[in-house]
Write a protein that binds this ligand. Sequence first.
Ligand code: SF4
Length: 244
Amino acid sequence: MTDTHPAIRVSEIFGPTIQGEGVLIGLPTVFVRTGGCDYRCSWCDSSHAVDNQFRDEWKMMSTGAVWQNVVALSGGRPLMVSLSGGNPAIQPFGALVKRGHAEGYRFALETQGSVIRDWFADLDVLILSPKPPSSQMTTDWAAVEACLQAAQDKPQIVLKLIVFDESDYAYAKDAAARFPRLPIYLQPGNHTPPRPGNENAPVDLDGIIKRMEWLIDSVARDRWFEARVLPQLHVMLWGNRRGV
Ligand code: SF4
């Protein structure tokens, strides 16, 4: 049967492995990482899914082909599928989510909140991760708000903020104040992300842990008891390695 749904631009599909960060940390997951992003964060840790120099590695895949990959990797046993990128919101995932739901799979999507899709309402988990000042990107808060509206309160929705320094921390507080009903997850940034084409570049784990300690101290000092502070577990375990 011909797949009439628009094709999805895929950088890589891998798993099952554990989700390494945020609200779903530790949960066995298959990742569908898309190619292409409307942002260029200074510390992006997924440049192989962002930089045009990797375009040749990206594939246009039908919804059916992506689905077959997910089923093969999971052995046909339903699990959480993480739609990540790049910015996965650019890609047409509505049909994949419907198809997976019919088989008992669940879907989480993480996005900076710059591209709004009506199929956000069909997700199980929507992770909004607006990018702080250290990214050198500018947040369009109206777009983030529109993502929330599109989701219509149907999925579980959380905020995830990367924090490198004081101004990022202030940004995270501002984000929490804008969306007080959303659970908030804070994550120390990785200042040693993989450079394009070099996933073996060492990670400064000591530096990341120091930033994590500073972040915990800041939250405690400010009595910001709603915030949860988590590391990137996969970075602690596997450094910058891809496909884990
Ligand atoms: S939004 Fe995410 S994928 Fe896009 S450049 Fe920023 S960190 Fe990288």
